[in-house]
Design a protein around this ligand. Structure first.
Ligand code: GN1
Ligand code: MG
Length: 358
């Protein structure tokens, strides 16, 4: 690692490097240099990202754009630009792809909101992110993961892996283990595909979106709890505002963690739902009536979709998401499906809240 770090323009030589954070895809390390300055080093997952140079081009494009915009307005940008290598690149390729960013001192990243204010701040963060990128030339962005939030395509892959697992004696036990969850996924396929159909027909606008809006991808100032940075721009691509909204509800407005085993603890907190909805609608300028009306479906869709993705990975032998124990992906799927079911039961209440927040 130290050899890799030498290729980046750090303020002084690196002295330590240790694992950091809770991401499920990339490997993240906290680096300290001789002067005491800290950086984040990441090794990008090549299982997830097939074209890292294209991904880094997206990130430098978007961070430069937002930096310039902030400069014009005389404010500080809420994104972190990559540290360049000595020869001006944004990554190093050496048996894997590595990148470095300055560490955001005095920031915190939350696994669950500690107050309404925290969650509201996250809603404003992601809502503003979309509205500030409204005029970004979307056609210059590479699709870092093709069909990332194309839910029907996620179902297509799910079926493929399901058939492959049935035919593979080392995986067929997993098919039996997951029988109930497989049935639930298939029962809800039509519901899960509705937003993509509306996108295809042009009823919902495609925007430049973040696409991975977990609460822990927002850094808040430790003291003031105000937004410092929106991080993890790996999946910035054209997408639906509803998915950014929905993923944050899925993660942050659930009464349980993403992999909670005790399903009695998992459900949608309607109060947090309202707090977030108010913040998001206020910050994300120019949402259409149809988008606003479909916000609850954004939450349901993304929760079903992630459940299907966890299930698919389980059937595929746990290759994509980092897991802590055998069956972790199955527990995650069970939890997401329980949450999706609770959301579907509360759809009327969610719709009513959205009408109040408009
Ligand atoms: C992954 O990178 P990370 O851990 O923030 C995943 C998201 C999932 C999330 C579930 C590129 O996000 O799509 O919602 O795990 N990112 C990618 O925790 O697949
Ligand atoms: Mg990520």
């Amino acid at each position: 690692m130290i050899e890799i770090l030498k290729q980046f323009m750090l303020d002084s030589p690196a002295t330590s490097c240790s694992p950091f954070g809770n991401g499920l895809i990339n490997r993240t390390y906290l680096v300290e240099t001789e002067s005491g300055k800290r950086y984040i080093l990441q090794r990008l997952s090549e299982e997830a990202f097939k074209d890292v140079p294209a991904l880094m081009e997206n990130i430098s494009g978007v961070t430069e754009y937002l930096d310039a915009k902030a400069r014009e307005e005389g404010v500080k940008a809420h994104v972190i630009s990559p540290v360049r290598t000595r020869d001006g690149r944004t990554y190093v390729h050496d048996k894997g792809y590595y990148r470095v960013t300055p560490f955001a001192e005095n920031s915190i990243s939350l696994e669950e909101p500690e107050s309404d204010k925290d969650f509201y701040e996250c809603a404003v963060a992601f809502g503003t992110f979309i509205s500030e990128l409204a005029d970004y030339p979307a056609e210059t962005l590479h699709e870092t993961i093709p069909n990332f939030h194309n839910t029907p395509d996620r179902y297509r892959i799910f079926r493929e892996k399901l058939e492959a697992a049935k035919a593979d004696s080392s995986l067929s036990g997993r098919v039996r283990e997951a029988a109930e969850l497989i049935a639930f996924a298939l029962e809800n396929e039509e519901v899960a595909g509705r937003l993509q159909a509306m996108r295809d027909s042009g009823e919902l606008p495609t925007r430049v979106t973040h696409n991975d809006t977990k609460l822990n991808n927002v850094l808040l100032d430790r003291e003031t709890r105000k937004l410092m940075y929106v991080i993890d721009l790996d999946t910035v691509m054209p997408g639906l505002s509803l998915y950014d909204y929905g993923d944050c509800i899925r993660f942050g407005a659930s009464t349980g963690g993403e992999d909670e085993k005790d399903l009695s603890k998992v459900g949608l907190d309607l109060h947090l739902f309202e707090v977030f909805t108010r913040g998001f609608i206020g910050a994300c300028k120019g949402l259409t009536e149809r988008e606003i009306e479909m916000l609850p479906m954004g939450a349901i869709t993304i929760t079903l979709e992630l459940g299907v993705r966890f299930l698919t990975d389980y059937l595929d032998g746990d290759r994509y998401f980092a897991t802590k124990y055998p069956g972790h992906n199955l527990d995650r799927c069970r939890c997401q499906f329980a949450l999706a079911r609770d959301m579907m039961n509360k759809l009327e209440e969610m719709n009513e809240i959205v009408r109040r927040c408009k």
